[in-house]
Ligand binder design. Sequence first.
Ligand code: FES
Ligand code: FE2
Length: 425
Amino acid sequence: MLKAEQNERLTRVGPGTAMGDFMRRFWVPFLAGTELEPDGAPQRVSLLGERLLAFRDTDGRVGLIDEFCPHRRASLFFGRNEECGIRCVYHGWKFDVEGRCLEVPSEPADSNLARKVRLTAYPVHEAGGLLWAWMGPAAERPAPPAFDWLGLPPEQCYFSQFVLNANWLQGMEGEFDSAHVSFLHRRLDMEVAKTSIVGEYFRNDTAPTWKIDPAPHGLVCAASRRTAENELYWRVTHFALPFYSMVAPEIGGCNSWRCWVPLDDENSWVVTVTYAPHRDITQAERDAWAAGHFAHPIVEPGSKRLAARAENDYLIDRAVQKTHSFTGIQGTRAQDAAMTESMGPITDRSREHLATSDQAIIAIRRLLLDSLACHGAGEAVPAMRSGDVYAVRSGSALLPDGVAYDQDKTLMREMGLAGAAEAAE
Ligand code: FES
Ligand SMILES: [Fe+2]
């Protein structure tokens, strides 16, 4: 449970808010690079409560600028993207990717107005097929985060995106609530691998035990379940500041990375990258994800809207709910969204009754509140300063009773945490 003012502090992201100011000290992903073509259609971008416009100029450079023309505030969405700039179609003023005004053709030839006018423009970095914005002070710009999948070839990655109609924290907290997997995503009708999120290990122990450790990128949240053979099935999920989750893979399965980017206070852009660090992704895996299994959503063609969403009750099928799945809703992303969106756009956390299974959620809230206090006092948290702290990946393992995840060197090495383990010895 949080106090109402703590809830406000964590969830509001507009300019001038505590969380908004904090998030503007990190690179923020905002669009897939393929959504912009040189001299192609610009895209409206809502980001941390700001209305922006993204376009790729003739030379391939990406601009992320104020959506509204500084002349009389018409939307530049209708603009002409041509000859290294975007031209407002109202009176022809033209701007480049850095927000400089290049021409004011509606003014006398000797006018110096162009030199005086400037648009808000945020620097953009392109990596891993995503566009990342720096919305903070120029002097504090760090190296972009060095997530390990950014260096992998496309054959080893699978990408999807959707918009969640709920606050970013609400969506993200669902990733750290390991207990829900045993219920919300349960299948009633099929024999599946033991470690699958719909499988035996999750049914065998529905009350996982948490071990939560601080790390430079945020938190390592490890949940262990006791198996029928009295071993421990560890699932190690990372929270990385400010809005990233890396959920534990099934044993031998693919890793996943997800960002919960606040478009505004009540909507979030969710990108999932599933990747195999040591092999290509198989066609069978791609087909399953495209069909909405496990990590990826089913969206309406050509849109970022979930096909199963609030207005159609997530296409719940009560007959399927009796015989095939716990929810009667198809696809894990839609199942998650049905729960997190049903709380309302910003849930009232002062009315919750958190339980033992919510320890990771509590730890994340505490870390975020502490980080806001730290930033408010003029200090930086480590993740603000170094892109390298992000070079970690989630993991899972079956270990003997009594052995914690961080005592297993193979697992720690695989997760990029071997240095931490050796330093602790
Ligand atoms: S409003 Fe854009 S040029 Fe006048
Ligand atoms: Fe889930």
